[in-house]
Design a protein around this ligand. Structure first.
Ligand SMILES: Nc1ncnc2c1ncn2[C@@H]1O[C@H](COP(=O)(O)OP(=O)(O)OP(=O)(O)O)[C@@H](O)[C@H]1O
Length: 232
């Protein structure tokens, strides 16, 4: 079976321009590949580079060397060399990302924020809103909040909106940055079930899960970023 996301000798070094170009090496030589139905958990101590690696996989951080490749519409796309428009298309149809924090759009309701990724795929407004409502219900977000912008929601409520927004299109490749960090036990359990369902549908998932129980419940493999630490 073909992997859906892979890295080839991926390295990341930050250059601190405000500090006279100081080099901050984070990781080097990372080769990984994730297949449909797998959930790869990134592990390693705080500061080992898990979030930086996840951001490289999404193309938010450029690689210092090496490559991130995504299987998109039957072909490999290298995020490092793809044109911005192609990266946009990969994210629209193939590559989903649930960050820890919600980027709130002023005055847009929660329902419309969650429906938006479906609308971008051409789903009609009514159908997209109906599916968004199902996701919000599944994630136990009170119905009286659906028509409000989520700017004032609690951390856990915002995180659930983020999860619904990131998972509603069932992206073939899904990146999860601590998706349960702000959730109570019941909602953690819901998210574990949603991750299982995404795997069963054939998504390839890469995530950071600080909660040991959640990691044990969802991960099919672990990848220790620490082992690839690039010493200064
Ligand atoms: N944008 C950035 N510019 C400069 N340095 C950065 C940047 N992002 C991360 N770093 C540095 O890279 C290293 C790895 O950070 P990263 O957030 O990836 O680690 P982590 O393993 O996810 O940590 P944690 O578990 O605490 O969230 C840290 O030393 C951090 O200071």
């Amino acid at each position: 079976m073909t992997a859906l996301i892979e890295t080839l000798c991926l390295s990341k070094t930050f250059t601190l321009h405000g500090r006279g170009g100081l080099q901050l090496p984070v990781f080097a030589g990372i080769d990984l590949s994730v297949h449909p139905g797998e959930c790869l958990a990134l592990t390693g101590h705080s500061g080992s580079g898990k979030s930086s690696l996840l951001r490289c996989l999404y193309g938010n951080y450029g690689a210092s060397s090496g490559e991130v490749r995504i299987r998109h519409s039957g072909d490999w796309v290298s995020l490092s060399s793809a044109a911005p428009r192609e990266v946009f298309e990969v994210r629209r149809r193939t590559l989903g990302y649930v960050s820890q924090f919600l980027r709130v759009i002023p005055r847009v309701s929660t329902l419309d924020i969650v429906a938006d990724p479906l609308r971008r795929l051409g789903v009609g407004a009514e159908e997209a809103r109906a599916q968004a409502a199902q996701w919000l219900k599944r994630l136990n977000l009170h119905e009286h909040l659906w028509h409000l912008p989520p700017a004032t929601f609690s951390g856990g409520e915002q995180q659930r909106v983020n999860i619904a927004h990131g998972m509603i299109t069932a992206p073939p490749v899904l990146l999860l940055d601590e998706p349960t960090a702000s959730l109570d036990a019941d909602n953690r359990h819901v998210v574990v079930e949603l991750i299982h369902a995404a795997r069963a549908q054939g998504s390839a998932i890469v995530g950071i899960f600080h909660d040991d129980e959640v990691r044990a419940a969802v991960a099919t493999r672990c990848f220790d970023v620490e082992q690839h630490r690039n010493p200064v």
